[in-house]
Design a protein around this ligand. Sequence first.
Ligand SMILES: Nc1ncnc2c1ncn2[C@@H]1O[C@H](COP(=O)(O)OP(=O)(O)OP(=O)(O)O)[C@@H](O)[C@H]1O
Length: 641
Amino acid sequence: MEDVESGDGTGNYGNEIADDSNNNNPRVLDRDDSELDKHDDPFAPREGKTLTWTNIHMTLAGKGEESERKLLDNVWGEVPEKQTTAVMGPSGAGKTSLLNILAGRASSHGRVKIESDVRLNNYSVDPTNIKVRKLIAFVAQDDSLQVTSTPREAIRFSAKLRLPRATTDHQLDKLTDRMITELGLTACADSIVGGELIKGISGGERKRTSVGVELVVKPALVFLDEPTSGLDSFSAVQLCQVLKKVANAGSSVFFTIHQPSSEIFNSFDHLILMNKGRVMYTGSVHGVPDFFASRGHPNPPNYNPADFIMNVAQSVPVKQLNEDGFFPTDERKMGEAFVPDDGKDALGITVTRRTARGVDVYDTKPPGLVTQVKLLFTREINNLRRDVTALGARFGLTIFLGVLVGIIFLDVGKTDPTVAVNLQSHFGALIMVLLMSMFGTAQPALLSFPEERPVFLREYSTNHYSVISYFLSRLTMEAVVTGLQVFVQAIITYFMIGFQLSFGLFWAVTYSLAMASTALAVLLGCSVEDPKLAQEMLPILFVPQMLFAGFFVVPDLIPVWLRWARYLCTLTYAIRILLVEEFYDCDPGNPEANNACNDLVSNIDADPDETWWNWLVLVALFGVARIFALYILRQKSTKFF
Ligand SMILES: Nc1ncnc2c1ncn2[C@@H]1O[C@H](COP(=O)(O)OP(=O)(O)OP(=O)(O)O)[C@@H](O)[C@H]1O
């Protein structure tokens, strides 16, 4: 029996392990000692892929009287393996649109319609399919890196999660060190990346870190959107040399670039010059001078060819360029796309065969769920430790509010319940603590996903981890931090206010309510992409809860047709549990006090016999909200447009 796998998601497909079903011993093909070194060399040879495309059209439908606009018109070309291919062109020529279509980050939507025929090793592929997209290492213009990680950690994190699980720690360290050295990041390798609110490394260093994160996994296809923008000329040359090394190792490297120096321009192998959505030139960089000269535009001596061709593209009218013989038509005979056959899957990827006994020599699969969750959780902890301002603010606020509530309601839990105002204050203190548990924990949870969204989308789409791993690591982290936060709040308020139920139970109810509220907040956070919008929607989570929970308005006064809503509110169940535990039969020896307490409990519809049921619903609401959030996260994780 054998199991057939389609690669490891790293671009390192096939060629490692052969099926040896005759003697049941997996063996390694063509492996010698020097080949083992390739596992710690980011420029080790790899299986390349050729990406070809033809008939790419992108149109923007007109509005009202406006006519349709062609953003890309019959674009064709290829990214050959072992070559660097640069896309140049004036602003608005369609470079980014082409890159995004080929990388699966754009598809027809709204007024934009896209048609394309894209092939990988001549197998027809849909780049928007997440399986295809995961094959492409993509470096976007904006660096979506974890702000509290260092360049070394970011590159190692990517290597650990995307390279085969058999890669040793020593190999990972060597790969990371080599990448850092090659990209000139040695001086800042252990400083945090930083972002809008936390000072970190420079923009150019961030850009190079993003490139290192992708290149360290030895991808077969690398796309970069303006990798040299923001870099000084030395760093830009250095980066282009690294890209060249990656191409020499077998990768196909494709990037857009603005105004390269002549040194950089001449280091490319292949050029695609776009102009007004069409391909003005495609071919070898060395062929550019002859191509332009033969069409009446010779490059003046000592003139940067990159500047020259951009000048021609911008200053000569398209009609004239057409007449001069630019904008070549696709003469290639691409023929029918291949169909999957024995050794290849639907993406044209060599299929790895593994025996029933598994692969004990070198397992090409990337790390599994446990490692993913562990690494993500470790990163979350580092994030928490390094972003001390946010952590300090969260706990500082909890302590401040806890003490404030404690002072205002000092010892009300020990007062005589037969005095109406005492009972009312005691009840008010309980509600106040529950509201604090909800608000204080839900707000950070709500904001965390929209804020982390760009990092999550980049990492998910480039095959770092699964949605479930991300979700589990976040849940674990939230459970720990929320637990601590609620514990601090409970310690202060419980003893200052003088509640009568046991401390353990008091903490358990406030913690459960906080976790159920964070679940709702995460659900909202996963549904909304913009952190500001998420913040503005926060009242939607809490105002209805306060209205329906029964402490502003007794349930009997709520219109009948709206009463069902309280059953969806986590606060309803937490209040019922706490009320019963705190007030029910508060003083059996004193009928007057006991009646006052029991009246309060029944006014809120809390029933001592239903406590277990209230617990169950609270936990169920938490579970349902989490499952919905996971579902939404999964749906959204494949969307870039
Ligand atoms: N989703 C869209 N809706 C409307 N117009 C679009 C859309 N995407 C691209 N365009 C238009 O298509 C043209 C090409 O845009 P694109 O971003 O690909 O150009 P570019 O060559 O990368 O430009 P730059 O160098 O300035 O980044 C532009 O005129 C842009 O306004």
